[in-house]
Write a protein that binds this ligand. Sequence first.
Ligand code: HPA
Length: 276
Amino acid sequence: MFQQIKKAATHIQALHKTRPQVGIVLGSGLGAFVDIVENPTIIPYSEIPFFRDTTVEGHEGRLIIGRIGNVEIAILQGRFHAYEGAPMEEVVFPVRVLAMLGIEVLVLTNAAGGINTKFVSGDLVIIEDHINMMAKNPLVGTNISELGPRFPDMTHAYDLDLLQTLQTVAKNKKIGIKKGVYAGVLGPTYETPAEIRMLRILGADMVGMSTVPESIAANHLGLRVAGISCITNMAAGIENVKLKHEDVKAQALKVMDLFKDLLEGFIGEIGNKGNG
Ligand code: HPA
């Protein structure tokens, strides 16, 4: 596995020489964010050794490397989900490759269902912690000690400094933003209303089918992680509507301008602090 990660990274480095400082994973319907990247090198996943191609509509399947302001970034436009049937190590493979390229900060974004009844569709929520409800973990198996320790600490899975930077940027730009705990479920079914009531009792504010594996792999690698959920719908049973992937994507598109503004400001701050 380690050799495969190295080979993928070497392939990418041959196409784009500069080291990225920040990695971003774009969730369902959030792919249009890449429009703001300057001088992008665009590499389809199908051309990168050992990358799986994504099968999900609304997930493009391209790596985009370039600059936003004075920060060099690498964007995964489209991700792999455990529900696609890939082994967890394939789900987190791209994050490991970005770490090999040199990123130190990883921003995970997703579309999520709102469980907290104070949330409304269209809210942007900073992930302050997660609950792994996938009954899977990408680190199961022989530990790859070149990547990280056998038993990684998850106390600060979502970096407090990055969370505060996101809050400050949102405040300065007058973007209303909330904070919450993300429950990662396997999917691909949306939840039942009873499952949503259970997740609320467990302390979850929102639910989705991604992010947790990448966050675990990133913490293993020692990366600093920030997470942003776009609440695309209220979770099952809260409003009297059926959940559809088309609506999730459409709602994500509606907040694209705010999302771009927030993330662009955040990346600018990372550049200013020189801590990327
Ligand atoms: N549940 C799970 N995943 C999701 C949801 C949801 O309600 N909305 C967007 N992704």
